[in-house]
Design a protein around this ligand. Sequence first.
Ligand SMILES: Cc1cc2nc3c(=O)[nH]c(=O)nc-3n(C[C@H](O)[C@H](O)[C@H](O)COP(=O)(O)OP(=O)(O)OC[C@H]3O[C@@H](n4cnc5c(N)ncnc54)[C@H](O)[C@@H]3O)c2cc1C
Length: 493
Amino acid sequence: MQNINSHRVFRRNEVQADPEGDYVLYWMQTNHRLQYNYALDYVVGWANKLNKPLLIYEELTCDYHWASDRIHTFYMEGMAEHLAMAERKGIDYLPVVEGTPGESRALLGHLLERACCLISDEYPVFFIRERNERLGEELAVSFTTVDSNGLIPLGITDKAPYNAYFFRKIMQRHFLECYSSPPDRHPLEGLEQPGAVELDDKAKQARQKSAERLQNIAAFTASLDISHEVKAIELKGTRQAALGKLGQFIQHGLSKYDEQRNDPDARVTSGLSPWLHFGKISEFEIVQAVLNHQPKPWNLDDITYNNGSTGGFFNGDPNVDSFLDEVITWREVGFHFAHHEPAYDQYESLPEWALETLEQHRHDDREHIYELEELAQSQTHDELWNAAQTQLREQGVMHNYLRMLWGKKVIQWTPSPEIALAYLIELNNRFAIDGRDPNSYSGIFWCFGRFDRAWQERPIFGKVRYMTSKSARRKLKLDQYLKEYGRQQNLEG
Ligand SMILES: Cc1cc2nc3c(=O)[nH]c(=O)nc-3n(C[C@H](O)[C@H](O)[C@H](O)COP(=O)(O)OP(=O)(O)OC[C@H]3O[C@@H](n4cnc5c(N)ncnc54)[C@H](O)[C@@H]3O)c2cc1C
């Protein structure tokens, strides 16, 4: 029988691995971690099979969409952590931080000349999806991508799940098998030829230059032609920071998650999405850490297939159930959707019922209309919306409940749903440190009806679910939140 993890492997071309090459090349594109990484398990297997060393290549280009001090700094902090670890442990790791567009591409081309094969990360959105597709057609070297994004392999589903219930059924059917085939905690320990790659002068120079850039991140990013308005944030892009956040959540947030997760003032959610987005931490280890906190004598035998219902599956602490539903079902439904739907970021990919009802209400009166930059600078009449946007602009994060409201209001304040969609994608991906993710598109398109059902008909929204700031304020106190982010906005005038 095939191992479940074989559904994570995507052969991108028909070229066979070259046994005469000098090394196996792993290009760490999206899951930026050296632990619990299915792609590394696969790569180490190939290196050992071919009897070759492994070269881990991680690059940061400077001309990607939405490039900013914020994204660059977070990313480079993670690379600096990898470099320090590689030096400590003798790992063949080559970081390339480019100063001018095309630098890293040229170096990758150079490295490929000596590679037996190229293995990289599978990712269903953003430029990485297109780049993997293009490279599959162009490269003369064997090219494979491996899905280390979540617990349920992307290759398990055969079509885009249309809602969470549909995907939850698949998740429940495969959970135990997937959970019992985990990624290796320290995959590089299985490597038979560690530290054996001989870099040539060109690669050594690139490594040296990048190491210098990684030592002085702020000065380096300031010298680049990227957005400096979107500033670096307090959160650190390291695995150490991610593990710290997980520990804090388990200690302080998990036991209140089910009841209080919708209340921004309660601060009980994990705050892990930035590190999940950059793959600094694996979903597997989060699930494992949380399951280890089930009240005893719970064990895996208590898990019961429950036909896609949220409750009655893990059968332990409701807080654990509730959190795992977010981190597995809600997180992964977006990955599987985008994997099967190339138009995942296009308005036309909305469900028929949503397209129809939004069309019927296209010409409804809008009381307020805002331009993109007015929204970006929190200049609306709505205090709560402005506070949420201020948090996003200044700190790069926003609570899930406010994010839903934030998205819904933009539909109400723009001339058409297509413009609302374009503005939301722009604002989310420009400012959110977890943006440009399959869940950016899940969350934004959810505001327009994806993964949802029809509700009572209203102006502008039609049958798409509607939310108001008033009812948010009635349900939640939000005093602390408004004090914090409303005040910042007033201070800025
Ligand atoms: C308009 C809009 C835009 C969004 N944009 C993004 C985005 O750019 N990147 C992003 O990662 N998420 C996005 N989300 C989903 C969700 O808001 C965030 O994942 C969540 O707020 C992250 O906070 P947390 O880590 O504290 O979540 P927790 O509640 O601690 O949940 C743990 C993890 O589960 C996953 N998760 C939780 N809620 C959701 C959800 N509703 N949908 C999908 N996954 C979820 C996330 O990976 C999260 O880190 C968006 C939602 C909306 C409505």
